[in-house]
Design a protein around this ligand. Structure first.
Ligand SMILES: Cc1cc2nc3c(=O)[nH]c(=O)nc-3n(C[C@H](O)[C@H](O)[C@H](O)COP(=O)(O)OP(=O)(O)OC[C@H]3O[C@@H](n4cnc5c(N)ncnc54)[C@H](O)[C@@H]3O)c2cc1C
Length: 384
């Protein structure tokens, strides 16, 4: 902790704002500045993939604007301001609105959508939804259109497929793997989720990649690698997120897939910290809400009271595919192991054991979701 200058937080997503809230629970006096490239509205990002079926516009998902957050936090919130450079020697950040000195700096600058290698003239018809303004743009462009193609069948692609189909759109999903959520689920468990989405009307093109796209009227024609084509009014790209590490790399901080931090959330510079989607904590890149909340609580103590290590309990992910309820605790504590699947139809229980027979993860669908709490008790903490 350094009292020699304000605490500056870059980013007002769930990581930045929750850290600020945790800091204020412990210290009302520390000068606090939050800087964000966006409009600084406080919202819960997970609601973006359930908003359409509920008929929600972007404004309805925003819970508080930046001015209200500034007042609540007793902080300065600089909106529409991009941090361009960090000088760790001088302890300054250069922004497009001038330079600021910091005592401690926290990078909570999130992640960006992995780009799709498509021609420039069609890029503006391909959207990714990773923040509230993306969602607003999507809702605006959707106006009166019905046919949406989703590229990517991971967690986010599957959730959007469920939500948009539930909301009455014609949804097609294209992905190179033969199953949904390949990084998260065994194929047997992905099958009932896919079947339930198909029942909602979602059409799947799995094992297929998009190799080109052409503008066609107001929409697009996508070319797949088997020579087939499909038409869509709007295309959503959900092929994954990349941590925003450019600022940290430029400042000379050590980065891997994310900005690398230790259990104190400290980067390779003693006065710069990172948490949330931009961070790689002890080698783990966990782009979920619960890990960033654990980080926010620990880091707030480090910044205001005493150095505190982050601990991760078991943090299962409720996948928002209501067509087929699904909860997953990914096996983050084991490098290798095997899934065994029991149950039938929609109600499956998959358990992941290592070679010694220790349970490290699970995936539950349908009625089996009720076994979540009992299984949590059997799992090792993610970071003890
Ligand atoms: C559609 C969707 C659904 C999800 N659902 C779930 C779920 O059900 N459960 C779950 O656990 N997780 C879910 N997640 C993941 C979870 O929402 C994220 O892990 C979390 O919100 C990330 O928060 P963050 O603050 O780290 O990043 P972000 O919310 O991306 O915030 C980054 C901030 O940094 C700012 N910024 C970036 N660069 C700069 C710069 N140079 N200068 C100034 N400001 C900058 C941005 O303006 C922004 O304010 C979902 C994600 C998505 C996209």
């Amino acid at each position: 902790m350094s009292e020699n200058g304000p605490l500056i937080i870059v980013g007002t997503g769930l990581a930045g704002y929750n850290l600020a809230k945790e800091v204020r629970k412990l210290d009302n006096d520390r000068e606090l500045v939050l800087i964000t490239a966006d409009d600084g509205r406080f919202y819960s990002k997970p609601l973006l993939s359930t908003g359409f079926a509920k008929g929600k516009q972007a404004d309805e998902l925003a819970m508080q604007d930046a001015a209200a957050m500034a007042e609540q936090l007793g902080a300065r919130v600089m909106t529409h301001t991009r941090v361009l450079h960090v000088d760790t020697q001088a302890r300054t950040v250069r922004t497009d609105a001038g330079e600021l000195h910091y005592g401690d700096l926290v990078l909570a600058c999130g992640a960006h959508a992995r780009p799709l290698p498509l021609a420039e003239d069609v890029q503006d018809r391909v959207l990714s939804i990773n923040d509230l303004s993306d969602y607003g743009r999507f809702r605006q462009q959707l106006d009166g259109r019905k046919r949406v193609a989703i590229i990517g069948a991971g967690l986010i692609g599957s959730e959007f497929a469920n939500d948009l189909a539930l909301g009455g759109l014609e949804v097609q999903v294209i992905a190179p793997d033969e199953q949904l959520m390949p990084g998260l689920l065994p194929a047997q468990v992905a099958a009932p989720v896919q079947a339930a989405l198909a029942k909602l009307g979602v059409r799947f093109h799995l094992g297929r990649s998009v190799v080109g796209a052409q503008a066609a009227g107001e929409g697009l024609v996508l070319e797949l690698d088997d020579g087939s084509q499909l038409e869509a009014d709007l295309v959503l790209s959900a092929i994954g997120l990349l941590a925003n590490t450019a600022l940290a790399q430029d400042a000379g901080l050590v980065c891997g897939k994310g900005i690398q931090v230790d259990r104190y959330l400290r980067t390779s510079d003693p006065h710069v910290y990172a948490l949330g989607d931009c961070a790689e904590v002890m080698g783990m890149q966990l782009m979920y809400v619960m890990p960033l909340m654990s980080c926010a609580r620990a880091l707030a103590r480090t910044l205001t009271q005493e150095a505190t290590q982050v601990s991760y309990p078991v943090m299962p992910v409720m996948v928002k595919t209501p067509a087929c309820p699904l909860v997953v605790s990914p096996p983050v504590t084991a490098a290798t192991g095997l899934w065994t699947v029991t149950g039938e139809e929609q109600d499956l229980k998959a358990l992941f054991h290592d070679a010694q027979g220790t349970l490290h993860g699970y995936a539950l669908t349908g009625a089996a979701v009720s076994e979540k709490l009992q299984l949590n008790r059997q799992l090792p903490a993610w970071l003890a």
